[in-house]
Design a protein around this ligand. Structure first.
Ligand SMILES: [Zn+2]
Length: 209
């Protein structure tokens, strides 16, 4: 799989790619620069994988059903640019040129409102289980496409830009692998605490489970 982002900020169609141009959960960026990628994890409902439910959340399609785990999500307007499902399919909801609503209250290197200058990637999973190897393969392909189109300088965790409020993508996310492979996708820096802790632990000889 080789991914390309076109002039309009959308992935070019291909196998393993699903575009959702009908998503309305976005607006215009304030400022043009894109220098950050924020990585997240998500399942809908929480801690459970149900096919199609994350897409329903970003498309505003969750309806009240009496399900205590889903009803609180009815009417919530959130999105991301990209979502990588457990089976390694990459979904796009928002053009990279537009502002997706993924980071919420956040700050990075003294700049608040990270949605203005970042691209958000949601990876299907939780803080409590490993991600699938094919999700990393697709993530690195996606970061390569983003690197070619926008050349963001940094990749961080949601927990890095919203500490105390967010914990994702969580301790199972393999920053060491990402850092090791980073030359393939433009060699961005990984300045967040989540990555630094794992990388320094590995250098010190600790082996992650
Ligand atoms: Zn998040």
């Amino acid at each position: 799989m080789t991914l390309f982002i076109d002039q309009d900020g959308w992935l070019m169609a291909g196998d393993g790619i699903i575009l959702h141009p009908g998503c309305t959960h976005w607006d215009e960026r304030e400022g043009e620069d894109i220098d950050l990628v924020v990585l997240h994890n998500i399942t809908v409902p929480a801690y459970e994988t149900r096919r199609g439910m994350v897409e329903d959340l970003f498309l505003g399609r969750i309806k009240p059903t009496g399900d205590p785990f889903l009803d609180p999500l009815v009417g919530i307007r959130v999105s991301c640019h990209f979502f990588i499902s457990r089976d390694g399919v990459v979904h796009q909801f928002v053009s990279t040129l537009k502002r997706a609503w993924h980071a919420g209250v956040s700050s990075f290197m003294g700049r608040s409102r990270c949605n203005d200058f970042s691209i958000g990637i949601e990876i299907e999973g939780t803080d409590f289980t490993p991600f699938e190897p094919r999700q990393y393969v697709v993530l690195e392909e996606l970061l390569a496409a983003i690197g070619k189109r926008h050349a963001p300088a940094y990749v961080v965790a949601h927990s890095d830009v919203a500490p105390g409020r967010k914990t994702d993508p969580g301790p199972y996310f393999d920053w060491v692998k990402l850092a090791r492979d980073s030359k393939r996708f433009g060699a961005p820096a990984f300045p967040g605490a989540a990555a630094r802790m794992q990388i320094s632990a590995r250098q010190a000889g600790f082996v992650m489970a």
